[in-house]
Every structure is written in C-alpha cells, then in structure tokens.
Design a protein around this ligand. Structure first.
Ligand code: BGC
Length: 850
C-alpha cells in the first residue's frame, strides 16, 4: 500500500507559519511494495494546482497569499503500481510584509553607557481589557534584546532567546503566539526584555550595544472577536515599563541574578517611550529553528566540598540551564550556582570560561517551596556547584537547550568507543546549535564562527535536518558579505566594532568558504536546488575575492598560490601554537581555493550555468597545477611535509593520478611515523580518513581512527569526553589541561567544539557506506568499507524521500547486510567483494562469504 508519510511546507512537517510569497512543499512516500516510484502528484493550494513528478522543492506559484491566513494543501500521489493516495496539511502565513500597527518602545530614561556588561533587564506591561467575547487572539512580537512574554504571570510559548540572533540591521525574526486561551477579559501582559545578542555583552572582546543602545520591544496583540470585528493593540507610549523586575541581571556569559522577592505590582512603573531604531530590517516570522528545552538530565553523582559547596555531575557536557526546586526556603536566602565542563581536584575548573562568570544567583521569596530555571542565559557545562542551600532541600536537574532541529541520522557499530564518539559528535552539535552555529557554548565567545560550521556542515546534515537552521544563518551570511566579497569570520557579523560598513574584510580560507561548503552540504543532504540558487551570487563574489587575494603582488604560477592575507591555516593542529597554525595558511588556502572552484563547477552545472562551470574549472585546474608545482617535488612529495598539506589536495582532487597515489603513500608514511596519532587542525581533520581509505590505505585509516593515545579521537573518549574538544589535548595525559596559556591564543580551550567531530562523515559514508550520488539521495550508494576489526555497523538516514538503512555484520557465515531504500530513490549497493547491485525501493538482505 502506498502512503504519504508527510507533506512539508518550508521544510516543516507541521505548524509552519511562513512569510514567503512562494513557500515550498515536499513530501515523502512509503510503500510495502518493492520498486516504487512516484509517477505523478497533484498538489493544490489556494486554487493553484500543479502536477509534478518531483517530491522536493515544489514552489508555490499561485495567487498572492494573504497575511495571517491559514491555507490548506491537498496532495494526491500516484505510483508506478497504479496506487493512489491523498493527504492534506495546512500552513499559515505571517505578516507577509504588512506594516506594524505598533511602535518600538523602550525605557527612555535608561542611558546605558557602561562597557563590558549587559544592560538592566526591562519589563514592559499592558493591561488587556477586552469587552467582547474573543474568537482568537495572537501576540506578534520581536525585540532588540531577547524577550519572554507572560500573561497573568504565565509564560507564553516554549521558545528561548526570541527573537533569535540574526544580522539585525538587515533582518529580524518575530514570533506569533496564540494566546486565545490565556485571555479572560481583563489580563496583564508583561514582556521581559534582556540584553541578549543585540544589546548585551557579546563577542570575545566583551562588546555590548552591538546593534542597539538599549533594549526595545515591538508587539501587536491581534484580537478577533466572536462577532467578527477585530482590533490590534500595538506597543506605544501607553504601555508601561520598569527596570525593577524579578530578573536583576542577565548576560549570556555571566549568567543571571533573579530576585524572587520582587512583586511586580509594587514595582515603579513609568510610561514607555517610543524608541527611534536607526535601521530598518525586514521582518520575518521565525524561519530558523527556535531554541527549545530538550533532554532533562538527572545528576549522576553528587559530592560536597569541605566548605559545604555541593557539586552535581550531570554525566554529559551540553549547553543549557539548570532546573531547581527548593524546599524550606527563607525569604532573602541566596542560592548561587556555578558551572563548568570539567572538574580538577574535585572542584569546578573554570579557567576555560575565560571571563564568563557562568553563575546564577537566586534570591528566595517567602514561599516554602520555590522553583527556578533561567530564561535569559545558558551555559556550557556538565558540573554545577551550589552554595546557600542544603542538599536535602534542593532537587536539581538540567535542561539541554538547543535549536529545534529534528534528528535524521543514527549510527552504531560493534566498537563501543566509536559509539561514544558518535554520541559526542551529536552532543557537540546540539550544544553548538543554539540559534546560530557557534564555536563553543561555554566561554566568552559562542559566536557564529564560519570556519567551524564550514568544516562540520556535512556531518551535521547526517545527524540533523539542518535545512531551516542553515537557511537562516546563510541569509545573514549573504547580507553580511562585504562589498569586496569577503565573508566576515563570524556570522552574524559582530567581530570588529568599527567595521560594519567597512570594505576591508578579506577572504579567509575555509572560514569564508562557508558560503560554498555549507550550501553544498545542505544540497547534497536534502537536494533542494534553492539553497544553491539563493547563495550563488555570494559564492561567485567570494571566489572573485579569493582570486584577487591570491594573485595580488604575484606573478606566474604563484598567482594561483594564495599566501597573502589573514588565514587561520591549520587551526588547532596539535603540539603547535597560533603562529605555526597560521603559518600553514598558504597550503590550506590554496587547496581550499581549488576545492571551492571544483565545487563551483558542480554547482554551476546543477544550475545550468555552463559558462561559469567552464570558468571555474579552468581556475581549479590552474590552482591545482600551481599547488603541485610550487609545493611538491612533482612526484607526489611535499617539499614541506605535514598531514594537512597532503590530506587537502588528495581529497579536494588537486592531486590526481600517480601524483595522488604517491601523495597518499607519503601521507600514510607520515601517519605511521607519527604512530597513527592525528596531526591535523580544523581543515585537515574532516578528510584525513577519506584521504587514506579512498587511496588504498584502508588499514591505515582504521588504525588512525582506533588509536587511543594522545592526540586522537578515541584518546578524548577514553579520557571521559562526552563532547568533542577544541584542542586534541584539552585534557593532557598527565591530567592537566592545555589551556593555551603560552601559545599565542591567550588561553583558548574548550571541551565542546564540534570541528573535530567532522570525522562523523566517515562513520556514515565509509563504515555504514551511505553516500549521496545526487543531491537529496535520489541516487545514493551503500558501499561499506570493512576494517578495524569492526564486526557490525548500522546507520539510518532520513533523506527527503524517506529512511535509508544500512546494517551489516560479519560472523562465521560471512558478511550480511540489510538495506532499506526509500520510495523514489535508487541505491547502488557495492558489496565488500566489489559485486554491485542496483536496487530500487524496498527492503533487501544479502550475504557473502568473506
Ligand atoms: C574559535 C574557533 C574559531 C577561531 C578562529 C576561536 O576563538 O573558538 O573555533 O574558528 O577562533 O580563529
């Protein structure tokens, strides 16, 4: 029987609210028959009908959609077995560009001029007096700062850190919450607005007021009465504001101070002032993935220090907040929580946090039982210390907070350490997908570093449906790109204070290449051509900048060697420091430049831009031959050898034929001489196992993966890591921590950085063998590469057509594999002995003697 598994609107299975004039639809099918493909689908929305053979990227082409309206989508699908099914879904529109019937409001008396701190939280208030029976009511809001709305003291919605972090000058998200059932006729709405990213202290330079001089709030309460009439109550100067609310301090790095004694009805309220916001962003209803609470952790161990401090271990490093219940409280009792990723000598080791205090202070009111969980901050932690309360009066759990991405992949194999590594990769993703892709969740940084996600995006796209998350971030990347084509190192762009309109942002290898690597990863995972199309001009402009920097002051072949400018090079390669990493920039940059041109050939071909494809192919060939001529002896040996300098040209197809084979041999030699310990930084790490494995060095690849001494992936696992580390030796074999005190980084170490987790690609693509041959897995291969003594592996991946499965094992009878191929896709299965099978949809099992 044919079944429609789901219909997605703008990549959401349900509750989609969109501001797109042309929303996109996709759907997946299931069937218990084999060899099923869609022959025809009929989709109708708002009087628009289309007949298609596609299941993804179906763009609405009908009449103009009205704002704040619910639309019904009807889908009839027919397969090649003449089975017909029908399904429906709905989506709603947001403002669709409608002007706000509201004004930005603020506390006009607040002159916030202090440096390196966050502003005092503001609370706005409106009494809602509705005299007629209400049919529906919605609150439509955004803020400069981060906000949370309460009606009669009850929180509305379950999102954190709204409106989310965007390049506020260009675009802002707003939220729509249905409040119909919260209204009783005479209600009090309050909105607490803290500094967040726009006004609060942010960036490693501890800047504040990056986007606005103080917080501001913009909101409409849109009411429809039962008699059909409507009203909009917008923010204006009849709203009231106070800075003496319950939340006294709120800062992403430092934490919160909350005084539960505050009775808002007694706070000094004044009328809000209209705020002149000096920029005019486009407003869109949430189009990324809102940050929400997910897993709730119970402590796995507790201890008490000599001075009475309580220590809680949640067993997992993650980004989130504590959730505390207190008993026998006394009014004015002050309870303080501190956070850290690791313990040293039984105490919290907070050095890696740098200036981030990561502290919460809760002051009790006179109720005996109280509860507290922060709303306006988050921490990266596993351990919490508590003072000011007895252990028996405290029930402490912790909530993981991250963007609401759906998990799309699973991987498991017979090696328990690899399974833990897979879990660490997933947890480093969750911890760093907090509205934007961040570098780390704990220290005074947590910024959208472009290089980290560029290198990790493909692995992340296996484990999560990254479509909306990347889409939101890429919109900021496009608008923050500089006129010269350079991409700022963090997106949204917040690094250089005076630089907002500057043209002097250079192209930087791998970091800037995020504009190509991230869309490409997303396209391969989900096959929506739109992500290539939308970002295409940005990519072109960026590559023009790369070419400019590469050839500046150079002649001959060297015009294609990119050495000039600022590069992070082999960032975080072990046993080296900042200058040595950066000193490798000309190798990483030249290889990366070639790779981006190589990908542009593919992208231009996908989009049908033949001339561009020819142009980038020529450039790619020129850069490749320059790399060979300038950096090697012409026979696959680098004049200056290091792992990354081999890995990148091998995997990026800069080396080909005999040169590549020789280079792989030389890489394997280097790896062996280094006792299979990894020596790559961020750029080389994602690819080193592929460089070995795909070039007849399978054993070497597995040996490196399974190495347990420092530095290696499994060294971290054996040392007890539950997330990936920024430095291979963040925790040294002698038990100390490499805090980077003396290597030029001014103390840079994090226990939760996903970049080195890009090895996860190898698990799916080589161990389980699942790899797309066309964007979105319309065609894919399953080609497990056996090795490393692994006797069983299984992976699932929910591609846009349905769930792909590869599960194999080796036992006395030989090799056997179970495979699932979704409706509408083709799978090329390659057995370990090289035998190939062409599979259409269905479930299959095969075995083979080995
Ligand atoms: C971040 C990195 C980032 C790097 C760039 C660091 O401080 O944590 O992950 O990519 O700076 O140099």
């Amino acid at each position: 029987m044919l079944k429609i598994s789901y219909i997605k609107t703008d990549n959401l299975k349900e509750n989609c609210i969109t501001d797109k004039s042309r929303p996109q639809f996709s759907f997946a099918l299931e069937s218990d028959n084999e060899d099923v493909t869609l022959t025809k689908a009929h989709l109708s929305v708002n009087g628009w009908n289309t007949v298609t053979e596609e299941q993804i990227g179906i763009i609405y082409q009908g009449d103009k959609l009205n704002p704040f309206t619910t639309y019904h989508v009807n889908l009839v699908a027919e397969d090649n077995h003449s089975q017909k099914v029908e399904a429906e879904t709905t989506f709603a529109t947001g403002r669709m560009g409608t002007a706000w019937q509201a004004q930005w409001i603020t506390d006009g008396t607040y002159k916030f001029t202090q440096k390196k701190c966050s502003p005092e939280p503001m609370v706005f208030k409106k009494e809602l007096v509705l005299t007629k029976p209400v049919r529906s009511a919605r609150v439509v809001s955004t803020a400069l700062g981060i906000y949370e709305i309460h009606i009669n003291g009850k929180k509305i919605g379950n999102d954190y850190f709204t409106p989310g972090f965007t390049s506020y000058h260009h675009q802002m998200q707003y939220q729509i919450y249905d409040i119909t059932h919260h209204l009783h006729g005479n209600d009090i709405l309050t909105a607490t607005v803290c500094g967040g990213w726009a006004v609060g202290k942010f960036t490693h330079a501890l800047r504040n007021r990056i986007f606005a001089k103080r917080q501001a709030f913009l909101s409409e309460i849109r009411v429809e009465y039962q008699d059909g009439s409507t009203t909009v109550i917008g923010t204006d100067d009849t709203w009231q504001v106070t800075r003496q609310g319950v939340v006294k301090e709120a800062d992403f790095y430092d934490g919160e101070v909350v005084d539960a004694r505050v009775d808002l009805s007694q706070s000094p309220w004044i009328n809000a002032s209209i705020e002149k916001v000096p920029f005019h962003p486009n407003f869109y209803v949430t189009y990324g993935e809102p940050v929400r609470a997910h897993e709730e952790f119970q402590p796995v161990a507790t201890s008490t220090l000599e001075d009475g401090t309580l220590i809680y271990d949640f067993g997992q490093n993650f980004a989130g907040v504590i959730k505390a219940k207190f008993a026998h409280c006394a009014k004015g009792q002050k309870i303080v929580f501190k956070h850290a990723e690791i313990l040293m000598d039984g105490k919290l080791f907070t050095k890696p946090l740098r200036t981030a205090k990561a502290e919460l202070t809760y002051i009790c009111n006179d109720k005996k039982q109280q509860e507290y969980s922060p709303s306006f901050t988050f921490m990266g932690f596993r351990y919490v210390s508590v003072t000011g309360i007895k252990a028996e009066d405290l029930t402490l759990t912790a909530l993981a907070l991250y963007s609401d991405l759906k998990e799309t992949g699973t991987f498991h194999c017979s090696n328990a350490l690899i399974n833990q590594l897979q879990s660490n990769i997933v947890w480093s993703s969750k911890s760093n997908f907090v509205d934007i892709p961040t570098d780390c969740p704990q220290r005074d940084e947590r910024m959208g570093w472009t290089g980290d996600i560029a290198l990790f995006s493909s692995t992340a796209s296996f484990n999560f449906d990254t479509s909306r998350f990347y889409d939101k971030w890429l919109r900021d990347l496009r608008t923050d790109q500089k006129r010269t084509g350079g991409i700022p190192v963090t997106i949204p762009h917040v690094v250089f204070p005076t630089n907002y309109e500057s043209i002097f942002v250079m192209a930087i290898d791998h970091w800037g290449d995020s504009c190509i690597l991230v869309p490409w990863a997303e396209y391969m995972a989900r096959g929506n051509i739109d992500v290539l199309l939308t970002n295409y001009e940005t990519m072109k402009k960026y590559l023009k900048a790369c070419k400019f920097w590469a050839q500046l002051f150079s002649i001959g072949k060297r015009r294609r060697i990119w050495s000039l400018g600022h590069h992070y090079g082999d960032w975080c390669a072990p046993n080296l420091g900042l200058w040595a990493w950066m000193g490798r920039g000309k190798w990483t940059a030249t290889a990366c430049f070639a790779n981006s041109c190589r990908l542009m050939v593919k992208i231009a071909n996908e989009l049908g831009y033949e001339e561009d494809a020819l142009y980038y192919n020529k450039l790619y060939q020129e850069i490749s031959s320059a790399y060979v001529d300038v950096f090697t002896d012409g026979n696959g040996k680098l004049k200056k050898e290091f792992q990354t300098a081999y890995v990148l040209p091998i995997v990026y197809e800069v080396f080909r034929g005999k040169t590549k084979a020789k280079a792989a041999e030389n890489l394997a030699k280097l790896v062996r001489e280094n006792n299979y310990n990894i020596a790559t930084g961020f750029p080389g790490t994602p690819s080193i196992l592929f460089a070995l494995c795909d070039n007849d060095r399978v054993e070497d690849a597995y040996k490196m993966l399974l190495t347990e001494s420092c530095p290696s992936w499994l060294y971290q696992v054996k040392a007890g890591a539950t997330t990936l580390w920024e430095r291979w030796d963040a925790l040294r074999p002698d038990g100390g921590s490499n805090t980077g005190a003396d290597d030029g980084t001014k103390g840079m170490v994090s226990f939760n950085h996903y970049a080195n987790g890009a090895v996860g690609n190898f698990f799916y693509k080589r161990i389980a063998g699942i790899e797309p041959l066309r964007g979105g897995y319309k065609e894919f291969q399953i080609k497990p590469v056996l090795g490393g003594g692994i006797t069983q592996a299984s992976a699932t991946f929910e591609c846009p057509y349905g769930v792909i499965k590869s599960g194999w094992q080796i036992d006395d009878d030989g090799f056997s594999i179970d495979v699932e191929v979704p409706v509408g896709t083709h799978c090329h299965l390659v057995m370990p002995d090289g035998e190939e099978k062409a599979l259409h949809s269905g479930k299959f099992s095969f075995n083979q003697k080995i």
